[in-house]
Design a protein around this ligand. Sequence first.
Ligand code: IMP
Ligand code: MG
Length: 186
Amino acid sequence: MILHEDLDRILITAEDIKKRVAELGRAITEEYRDAPEPVVLVCILKGSVVFFSDLMRQIDHDCRLDFMIVKSYGGGTESSGNVRFVKDLDNSITGKHVVIVEDIIDSGLTLTFLKGNLITRGAKTLKICTLLDKPVRRSPKSTITVDYCGFTIPNEFVVGYGLDYDEKYRNLPDIGVLKPEVYTKA
Ligand code: IMP
Ligand code: MG
């Protein structure tokens, strides 16, 4: 694929992602096995869209889908924790089992805000499922616990499988680390 030319190296192959997503799907299926109610899967756009669409098909339960777009104020590469809803959920989550599906947790501030907000709407249970986690980047202000995590990764900027650099590389099937010259060119 032409996008591979910009990668320093592949961190996680499409094949390994597929295996891990199937495992996460099985774990989530097991978690709600005895729950008669549907589970609401919340996709945090845009980065989670690829993970979300693969994960939902590995969950053997009655699932409902909803989508959110959130933007963190402050700009730059650091998230500030001041989050603005660009698109809110379409349906009420009061009394529902909710799973937030994220692409990557970095400082954890976006999800700390989001989790607090969704709890105030009366979700019955709220779990966090992330494909990637960079725990060394976690802010002391973050209060989240990750319930499901695909891969713990080092402190490097990664792209592919939904994750972008300046909106590019989302359609790359693998997850990789960019060559430094890709950043310096910009
Ligand atoms: P935080 O956990 O609030 O710091 O923000 C997490 C968000 O930052 C993710 O949803 C991504 O949009 C973005 N992000 C953090 N690290 C990376 C990365 O390595 N590649 C691409 N996006 C990233
Ligand atoms: Mg994101």
